[in-house]
Design a protein around this ligand. Structure first.
Ligand code: GDP
Ligand code: CA
Length: 309
């Protein structure tokens, strides 16, 4: 069994490669829910949906989120009414949030809903939220106090300075059913190329997860989301710097060193391999920019080979 810790877009691209090289029914994705939000009374799970839509082949390839060939009639009407439209929800996408919200209101756990949605898309990958309990990523921004993740990321285009990041509710959150077993029983555990602070950070912060990963460290391989000192997309590099980390593969190695025995870095960072290994983590050097599904599949193969031999 292969288990992957996943955020949104970076993770989804990687997972599409992973399921091309291992049977999807032997694959479990443990997905960040710190980005979740309630808007218009609807329960929205951006990372779970990005991963699900990508594996289903219905993701909008231009944005990496939402549905391809989407229409926006509801948002247009909402705008005319003066409603909140900064978080865009397409017409087809809304069906997912309606379904999820209704099922949750019936008392069903988020992990059950996630597997129902995956089944509706005929996915064989096991899709698990990190927790069925609410955890909210909160960022402290000078002059604004605490800001919710989607306010920071979408409304403010992550164009503000962040002083600190916390995961509200995480102390009281339990790993979703199956999550700890998926770590304990995996032949390989992959930390996807996701934002280490706000995508992987919340998953590791769920009680029991850090210890579970540390005890499997030799089977854990991480893929750096930082290439040549920059995030491929999004604020990972800036967030790392602002929170006092080196925005480089060495900074990633320091963040993941206690959890992962191996770090996959890009050829562009070959000169830093020694500095990464000095952090006590093995290095694999390969192409990590997933410009095509074939590159993502090769990356998955390299990551798996590093722990499975
Ligand atoms: P989000 O929830 O949509 O922000 O998604 P993730 O946290 O999963 O992904 C964002 C991270 O993925 C960013 O830090 C990017 O640098 C990284 N990323 C995106 N595409 C690639 C890629 O092709 N290769 C690598 N190595 N990292 C990537
Ligand atoms: Ca996310």
């Amino acid at each position: 069994m292969i288990t992957a810790l996943a955020g949104g877009v970076g993770a989804a691209r990687f997972l599409r490669g992973l399921v091309a090289v291992v049977p999807p029914e032997r694959t479990t994705a443990i997905v960040n829910t710190g980005d979740d939000l309630v808007l218009h009374g609807l329960y929205i799970c951006p990372d779970l949906d990005t991963v699900t839509y990508t594996l289903a082949g219905v993701i909008d390839p231009a944005t990496g989120w939402g549905r391809a060939e989407e229409s926006w009639r509801v948002m247009d009407q909402l705008g005319r009414l003066g409603g909140r439209t900064w978080f865009r929800l397409g017409d087809m996408d809304l069906a997912t949030h309606l379904y999820r919200t209704q099922r949750l209101s019936e008392g069903v756990g988020l992990s059950v809903v996630a597997s129902e949605l995956a089944a509706a898309w005929e996915l064989d990958v096991r899709m698990l939220p990190m927790s069925d309990d609410p955890v909210r990523t909160v960022l402290r921004v000078p002059g604004q106090g605490e800001v919710s993740f989607q306010d920071y990321f979408v409304r403010q285009h992550h164009d503000v300075t962040v002083e600190s990041v916390s995961f509200a509710g995480v102390e009281d959150a339990a790993p979703a059913p199956g999550v700890l077993d998926a770590v304990a029983a995996a032949d390989a555990i992959i930390i996807c190329p996701s934002n280490p602070i706000v995508s992987i950070g919340p998953i590791v912060a769920v009680p029991g997860m850090r210890q579970a990963l540390e005890s499997r460290r030799e089977r854990v391989v991480a893929i750096s989301p930082i290439i040549a000192g920059a995030a491929v997309k999004g604020p990972a590099d800036r967030l790392m710097r602002e929170l006092g980390h080196d925005a480089s593969v060495v900074g990633v190695a320091r963040l993941y060193g206690a959890l992962a025995g191996t770090l996959v870095i890009d050829r562009a960072d070959e000169d830093l391999a020694g500095a990464v290994e000095a952090q006590g983590i093995r290095v694999v050097i390969t192409e990590t920019l997933m410009s095509t599904p074939a590159v993502a599949a090769d990356l998955a193969r390299a990551a798996l080979a590093s722990v499975l031999g």
